[in-house]
Design a protein around this ligand. Structure first.
Ligand code: PMP
Length: 359
């Protein structure tokens, strides 16, 4: 029986990509060595990096005046790098609080500047995106930061905030490449790799040219976006293997029909899932319908005493890593790009059967 991995990250990768990795692992394109053993400054790896950027640009239709950085740091490092690089002498920044990850960014930013929490859904238990009309944006803020898909809380922005002249900075880690995005609406987009991009060990930054200024004096050299762009993401040895796998994932997405096709599949999978949750009195989703994530679906069993039994039986049915994050409990099904429709169908069939037996 085929196994399906619902982990939030490191997450399931397309089987086709893993097979390609396996095939080429010992002998990359007939060069007689593994891609892991290529010099990062040699023409072969430089070719891989350039192709990865070209494919990413194609997929997202990234405008000419934006640079792409392949960063060795995880998404968390950007919570420091953003203020260090974007404050540019200003003392204030706006942050939107919508759940666990946006809050982590806020905590970190407080080390560098006065953080204005321009909107928060804390009083709604992080179950609904705050309405734009209630945001108290500061026109003198250096930037506005938000997280467009809260991986733990299961909340997704299905719209893009309008922030006027203040650059919009977004953590897209957990729904990057899940649908088309008008990059030109953002000052900067960042995303960790281990969901829709590839294995852990990489994050991507897409940043508008005019925001690329030298970082605050004293910033570690690896944390300067300006420096990384000048060095073509090679201020030091980049995670070459991870970048290669990411490049294979980009090509896989292109073969699927690009981001518009990904969106159709992701809608289909998540619509099916939420319809099943809404029909059932046994399982429930706490998130407001209009703000539900198409990637990360947290849900609870009516009787939490059944949680361990559910997880054990799911695993016996090859439905893996469904335990919810420790801060919210319950279950979470992450259904990123690489999760096939059959995986969602298999999980829903198991859930219906479990409900019949214990409901
Ligand atoms: N932001 C979001 C939305 C995330 O989901 C995660 C990790 N799951 C992070 C940031 C942190 O990423 P990393 O562990 O790569 O630093």
């Amino acid at each position: 029986m085929r196994a399906f991995n619902f982990s939030a990250g490191p997450a399931t990768l397309p089987t086709e990509v893993l097979e390609q990795v396996q095939e080429e692992l010992l002998d990359w394109r007939g060069h007689g060595l593994s891609v892991m053993e290529l010099s990062h400054r040699g023409p072969e790896f430089m070719g891989i990096l350039a192709q990865a950027e070209t494919d990413l640009r194609d997929l997202l239709e990234i405008p000419e005046n934006y640079r792409v950085i392949f960063c060795q740091e995880g998404a968390s490092a950007h919570w420091d790098m953003i203020p260090l690089n974007l404050l540019q002498g200003r003392s204030r920044a706006d942050y939107i609080e919508t759940g666990y990850w946006s809050y982590r960014a806020i905590e970190e930013a407080r080390r560098y500047c006065q953080v204005n929490i321009a909107a928060s859904n804390r009083s709604d238990q992080f179950c609904a995106v705050p309405l734009l009309q209630d945001w108290r944006l500061d026109p003198n803020a250096a930037y506005v930061h938000y997280c467009s898909n809260e991986t733990i809380d299961g909340l997704e922005f299905h719209w893009i905030p309008e922030t006027g002249a203040v650059p919009l900075v977004v953590d897209m880690s957990s729904h990057f490449l899940s649908r088309p995005v008008p990059v030109g609406r953002f000052g900067m987009i960042y995303a960790g790799a281990q969901k829709n991009i590839g294995p852990a060990g990489l994050s991507l930054v897409i940043i508008r040219d005019d925001l690329l200024q030298p970082a605050t004096p004293g910033t570690p050299f690896l944390m300067s976006y300006h420096g990384q762009v000048l060095a073509n993401s090679m201020l030091n040895t980049p995670p070459t293997f991870t970048i290669w796998v990411a490049s294979l994932v980009f090509q896989w997405i292109k073969r699927q029909g690009g981001l518009a096709a990904m969106e159709v599949r992701n809608r289909e999978k998540s619509d099916l899932f939420y319809a099943a949750l809404d029909r059932s009195g046994f399982y429930r989703s706490a998130v407001k319908r209009s703000d539900r994530s198409r990637m990360n679906i947290p849900f609870h069993l009516r009787d939490p005493a059944l949680d361990e039994k559910f997880l054990k039986e799911a695993e016996a049915n090859h439905l893996l890593q469904l335990r919810g994050h420790r801060v919210v409990g319950g279950m979470r099904a992450s259904i990123y790009n690489a999760m096939p429709l059959e995986g969602v169908q298999a999980l829903l069939a198991f859930m219906a059967d479990f409900e019949r037996r214990y409901g």
